[in-house]
Design a binder for this molecule. Structure first.
Ligand code: UD1
Length: 336
């Protein structure tokens, strides 16, 4: 009999990470997907299922937005009852969002095995809720699948010994989609995404960043996360705000841009894989390996059109597009 696995997702980056892993596990496991609906706008959620050919979720929890306490509390309660009902062999959680934390807490108390994809990343900045989420999820997971060796080292420093190096499932996703990427625009442009509370919750700070970008020599294409939509209170003639993009469009926009400005986690990996330079508007990063390749951390003073750089780098050998297959083999042989 096939083992039953429950994938818990809820945010845009989760759906993207689910894609290659689900495709790899599709035939050999009985897979169930629970969506917490932490992200609920269609262009932050549904679009990924349709364009990536993912199956309908068995359960949608309808949690939506709210404080961290509200979100995680609601999620733990609802996920717990589904885990009891489904009696699965294990759950898979992705990355560092509140949906992943909540699922891991619900599962560990029921004695259900937890498999964590993208484990061991550390920004060493506890002001980011994602850093707290990562530390807790890693501590209670049964297998921590890591994208790079330094993440295994991070875990070992915290006395967590179950890290396994499998590489970056994001590379698998890009490989699976590379033939579907197309040049989206005929002019030169930069691409910008910002959504972290420390960049966008203060209108004053956000305006400083946007005023800066407004003076650059190419248009800035800015797919706007819902978090900033009602914060843009004036027009910037050089910045073109658009709706959040689907994944194929996003990768296409990255691939053909002159450079990217972002505070995202995932985009740090995607720009490295697609070989485009990136300025990350954050004081720290959990993807330190990208700093040696194409990524530079910047702040309000150093964010500048001339501050992009890219070395003549090789991607880590382990980012070879087969991470999801490695994960499948390990899960097939897993006995506790
Ligand atoms: C979450 C993740 C972050 C990830 C990001 C990707 C946590 C702690 N953070 O941050 O790691 O990089 O997703 O986008 O889990 N909203 C909508 N429609 C939506 C989704 C959100 O209007 O479909 C609005 C709501 O007002 C909400 C706000 O955006 O309050 C922020 O959403 P939330 O899920 O709290 O966190 P993100 O900033 O998206």
């Amino acid at each position: 009999m096939k083992k039953k696995l429950i994938h818990i997702v809820g945010t845009r980056p989760n759906y993207i990470k689910l894609y290659p892993v689900y495709k790899s596990l599709e035939k050999d496991f009985d897979n169930i997907v629970i969506d917490t609906n932490q992200h609920y706008d269609d262009n932050m959620s549904k679009i990924f299922f349709s364009e990536l050919g993912l199956p309908k979720c068995k359960y949608n929890l309808g949690i939506g937005s709210g404080s961290h306490g509200y979100q995680t509390g609601q999620m733990i309660e609802k996920i717990e009852s589904l885990l009891i009902k489904e009696n699965a062999d294990g759950i898979i959680v992705y990355g560092d969002v509140n949906s992943s934390l909540s699922a891991a807490i619900a599962a560990v108390k029921l004695g259900i095995h937890i498999f964590h994809i993208e484990a061991g990343a550390r920004s060493f900045d506890k002001n980011m809720p994602e850093e707290i989420n990562r530390m807790i999820i890693d501590k209670i997971s049964d297998i921590n699948f890591c994208i790079q060796k330094t993440h295994i080292d991070n875990l070992e420093k915290e006395d967590i010994r179950n890290g396994v190096l499998v590489g970056n499932t994001m590379t698998d996703a890009v490989h699976l989609l590379q033939d579907r990427l197309k040049k989206p625009l005929e002019f030169k442009y930069y691409l910008c995404t910002l959504h972290r509370p420390f960049n966008v919750d203060s209108i004053e700070k956000l305006n400083k960043i946007l005023n800066n970008l407004n003076s650059w020599s190419h248009k800035i294409i800015f797919p706007a996360h819902p978090r900033i939509k009602n914060k843009i209170n004036k027009s910037f003639e050089n910045i073109v705000f658009i709706e959040p993009l689907g994944y194929i469009d996003m990768l296409s926009h990255i691939k053909y841009s002159e450079g990217i400005i972002s505070d995202s986690g995932g985009i740090q990996c995607e720009t490295s894989i697609l070989r485009r330079p990136l300025q990350t508007v954050r004081p720290s990063t959990e993807h330190t390996v990208t700093l040696k390749m194409n990524n530079r951390l910047v702040d309000l003073d150093t964010l500048h059109e001339n501050n992009f750089y890219m070395t003549d780098y090789e991607l880590p050998d382990i980012w070879d597009g087969t991470s999801s297959i490695k994960i499948k083999k390990i899960l097939l042989n897993y006995e506790k």
